[in-house]
Design a protein around this ligand. Structure first.
Ligand code: TMO
Length: 315
């Protein structure tokens, strides 16, 4: 009986193999578009067009959709969006793994670049000793007035990014560290609003604390991240901790809908090989935020200038 079953299964498997894939060495990618999300910071949008351009170079079709940077992981899980190419550990790690736990999103590997998403000050604030003791966070206790603005109620102002990035993470942290009677967190409406404020503070030579990240275009000029108490798993309020910790030095991942390897095997294989460095991601942002190019033009320029980087991934 067992012997018969083995033979029957073997025959079925053999006929499936022969009938299902006659001599095909490579499967073709579907003509259906690969849906790539765009968010609200420059490197992510430029990289969307860079990766889309790489997929187009092998004849695939791509489509770009503006998407909320937290909700996108659920959209990838259910197939409305195909990939995410900048999953920043600190801000999106939880949403990525929550979606993975529901089933339908896969880890397509890491970029070479490591990341930090943290509050900090432009380098001249340190150089000119505007708040002695920085970048150690405890120094903040002694100089809220250095960072006060017209709308900060006499406290120091901390300019956070748009609230859709990571909610109340920073207000929670400031409170947990006992800094809330001296500092107030204000949310910027956009990344551009942060860059505009940094530029005017520099022009006026005044102190400023903003949320920022690396890799970014600001790496070139120098931005000093504040050293808060070390991040540990579970230290954040959202994860059950008291919130009195800084951000992790984190990974930068790529994610995909679980069907992508099957529908677009060539594009998926390339996607797993794509790995950008800190300098490359900083360049993508700088083309927009310093050189003032459009995201699309920046991507075209990046692809034209860096064929030696990306073309090997398509072979
Ligand atoms: C997700 N971000 C890079 C803006 O911190």
């Amino acid at each position: 009986m067992l012997k018969y079953l083995n033979t029957a299964l073997g025959a079925a498997a053999l006929s499936l193999t022969l009938g299902g894939m006659p001599q095909a060495a490579f499967a073709q990618d579907s003509a259906e578009p690969i849906v790539i999300p765009t968010h609200n910071w420059s490197s992510q949008v430029v990289m969307a067009y860079v990766i889309g351009g790489i997929f187009q170079s092998i004849g695939d079709t791509v489509e770009y959709v503006p998407a909320d940077s937290q909700a996108v992981y659920e959209a990838i899980r259910n197939g409305d969006v195909t990939i995410s190419h900048e999953v920043w550990q600190s801000t999106f790690g939880a949403s990525f793994y929550n979606a993975m736990a529901q089933g339908g999103i896969i880890d397509a590997g890491n970029h070479e670049a490591m990341t930090l998403e943290e509050l900090g000050v432009p380098h001249y604030v340190i150089e000119q000793n505007l708040c002695p003791g920085l970048p150690d966070w405890e120094a903040l206790k002694n100089c809220p007035e250095v960072f006060a603005t017209a709308d900060s109620e006499g406290k120091g102002r901390i300019l956070e990014g748009p609230q859709d990035w990571h909610g109340d993470l920073m207000p929670d942290r400031i409170k947990a560290l006992g800094l809330d009677d001296k500092y107030v967190v204000k949310f910027a409406g956009s990344a551009d609003a942060i860059w505009a404020e940094l530029a005017s503070a520099k022009k006026e030579g005044r102190g400023i604390i903003t949320f920022n990240w690396t890799p970014n275009f600001t790496d070139a000029e120098g931005f000093d991240f504040i050293k808060f108490p070390a991040y540990t798993d579970g230290c954040r309020k959202a994860d059950g901790g008291d919130g009195s910790c800084g951000s992790p030095i984190g990974w930068l991942k790529k994610a995909a809908n679980y069907k992508f390897p099957k529908t677009h095997p060539k594009a998926y294989t390339i996607f797993t090989k794509i790995s950008f460095t800190t300098a490359q991601i900083g360049q993508m942002a700088a083309l927009v935020d310093i050189d003032k190019m459009s995201h699309e033009d920046a991507a075209k320029k990046w692809l034209a200038d860096n064929e030696a980087v990306w073309m090997p991934w398509t072979k």
